[in-house]
Design a protein around this ligand. Structure first.
Ligand code: CTP
Ligand code: CA
Length: 223
């Protein structure tokens, strides 16, 4: 048995994790989405469950199987995800926003399929709610709020800005320009930022990395 399976250092913790992309429908046949596979969020959910936590996983559309022992709630759009997260947030000890939530959605949904015509098509988009930032505003003292940052440039500066702007306790920063860890990869490398500083974790398979992330945060919270 792996060492991680025996460690129950998240026992009695309620953990809410989001994962995957969202889908923003344009009409009955088309939607806007992104390249998130959901693997990192699912790996975190599995790791937390193995370590004794009661885990709720709110996931956008992915091809992944539900992690063992985890309550999986499937959603589609950013608005659906917001609704489910807000329902569950208050009772959670730890919230981890690993989902790649759409920043924009079509301003109006076309109930009929849009027919092609000559020339270009203009699609008006509007902002979605920043779920993590809202959670940051309403956070209670004992709750840990953890976000991700996907950056293609200026990784540390951009991630640091998200840490303070969203009032998160930790931001887990991903360099999406790194060719070793393309979207959908089974491996990932991250830098964890907090007010106390930052730490670069090694390139690891996502299951192992999830445990390292919990190791790091649990240790940091003890200090
Ligand atoms: N996030 C969220 N709700 C949104 C958009 C993002 O909760 N509508 C969360 C993500 O789940 C992630 C964090 O915010 O934990 C950072 O997401 P990211 O896309 O990296 O940053 P944004 O703040 O959306 O900024 P930008 O995409 O412009 O870099
Ligand atoms: Ca974004």
């Amino acid at each position: 048995i792996k060492r991680e399976l025996l460690k129950k250092d998240l026992k009695n913790k309620k953990i809410l994790i989001t994962a995957g992309p969202t889908r923003e429908s344009i009409d009955p046949v088309r939607f806007l989405t992104n390249h998130s596979s959901g693997k990192m969020g699912y790996a975190l959910a599995q790791a937390a469950s193995y370590r004794g936590a009661a885990v709720k996983l709110i996931s956008g559309p992915t091809e992944l199987k539900s992690p063992l022992g985890v309550e999986l709630i499937r959603v589609e759009s950013a608005a659906d995800m917001k609704e489910e997260v807000f329902k569950e947030a208050e009772s959670a000890d730890i919230i981890i926003m690993a989902a790649a939530v759409a920043d924009y959605r079509p301003q109006k949904y076309n109930p009929q399929k849009i027919k092609k015509e000559k020339g270009s098509l203009k699609l008006e988009l509007e902002r979605t709610t920043d779920i993590l930032a809202e959670l940051g505003k309403n956070k209670n003292k004992n709750q840990l709020l953890i976000g991700f940052a996907a950056e293609s440039e200026n990784l540390l500066d951009n991630a640091q800005a998200k840490l303070s702007k969203k009032q998160a306790d930790y931001i887990i920063a991903n360099d999406i320009s790194d060719k070793n860890i393309a979207f959908g990869s089974d491996k990932n490398q991250v830098i964890i930022l907090s007010e106390e500083g930052s730490a670069k974790l090694p390139l690891l398979e996502k299951g192992k990395l999830a445990h390292k992330i919990f190791d790091y945060i649990i240790d940091a919270e003890r200090k």
